[in-house]
Design a protein around this ligand. Structure first.
Ligand SMILES: Nc1ncnc2c1ncn2[C@@H]1O[C@H](COP(=O)(O)OP(=O)(O)OP(=O)(O)O)[C@@H](O)[C@H]1O
Length: 273
């Protein structure tokens, strides 16, 4: 069953007279329990897609569904409630996920206020999450005094506080050493085993390899996907295909190609005009 569905999603930022088209016609279906690494060059639109999936932005065009709810059309209160109960998010800047003067444990408790879980259950889950991210001894320390890497790990624990249906994480290992990075990946995979679908923006190859599927965004579009170690290009609307950068020496952008029909597809061969 699909948990997330994007249908022709377009996001245009408008700042004064300038328009930036961050996403153009993104079609994407993510099934419940999948772990997806969102890859792509800087400025490709990865964070924008995460913000849209989190309901923090409404798409300029197209539609996004989370668990059957049309995110772009929900009233603000329903959307806020859905976000609090269904979505856990780790923003790129770890300190922005946390309330600096509250302790690590209190940050988790604060995230849990939206769900009906008993206090005892909540505290047990908080303790378990803090231990899983290697912060068992930091439960009582103010979040604002933790190091960048510790804040990043705490942010993941906070995002998972409610066992959300959807975890969205923007570069959750960017400030971590290898060992802490491994713990974070393990926690995301275990959460998926418990029913949390995860979409993780990353430049970290270890994260890309450890998650079940990769989706590469290039120039605001889904350009490629990887499953079980095999990479595929994605044929977009109107048949558009992005030639991956590693083949640009054979078919540089702007070059002309001949299309050769094969029994099960086509081949592109460089042609001189
Ligand atoms: N609030 C905004 N106002 C105007 N333009 C924006 C805004 N946020 C992002 N952009 C632009 O939208 C495009 C996509 O940005 P986005 O942050 O989604 O890319 P990204 O793939 O996450 O990049 P990175 O890997 O560097 O974080 C970029 O051209 C960026 O400059």
């Amino acid at each position: 069953m699909s948990l997330v569905r994007c249908d022709g999603v377009v996001q245009i930022y408008r700042a004064r007279d300038v328009e930036v088209v961050a996403l153009r016609d993104v079609d994407l279906v993510i099934d419940a329990g999948e772990t997806v690494a969102l890859l792509g060059p800087s400025g490709a639109g990865k964070s924008t897609l995460l913000w849209l999936l989190a309901g923090l932005l409404r798409p300029s065009a197209g539609r996004l569904w989370l668990d059957g709810a049309d995110l772009g059309r929900l009233g603000q209160r329903t959307l806020d409630r859905l976000r609090a109960t269904h979505i856990g998010m780790v923003l790129q800047n770890p300190s922005r996920n946390l309330i600096g003067h509250l302790s690590a444990a209190q940050n988790i408790a604060f995230a849990q206020r939206a769900t009906a879980r008993s206090r005892r259950q909540g505290r047990r889950r908080a303790r378990d999450l803090l231990a899983r991210v290697g912060l068992a001894d930091a439960a009582g320390r103010p979040a604002g005094r933790l190091s960048g890497g510790e804040q990043q790990r705490l942010a993941l624990a906070v995002a998972l506080a409610n066992a959300p249906r959807l975890l969205l994480a923007d570069e959750p290992t960017s400030q971590l050493d290898e060992e802490s990075g491994r713990r974070v990946i393990e926690l995301i995979r275990d959460a998926a085993g418990d029913g949390t679908t995860a979409v993780v923006v990353t430049h970290d190859p270890a994260v890309g390899e450890a998650l079940g599927r990769t989706v590469t965004i290039r120039d605001g579009r889904v350009g490629a996907e990887g499953r079980r170690g095999e990479d595929f290009v994605v044929v977009g609307r109107e048949g558009a295909v992005q030639v991956p950068p590693e083949y640009h020496h054979l078919l540089p952008p702007g070059s002309m190609a001949r299309i050769e029909e094969l029994r099960d597809g086509i081949a592109l061969r460089r042609a001189e005009p």
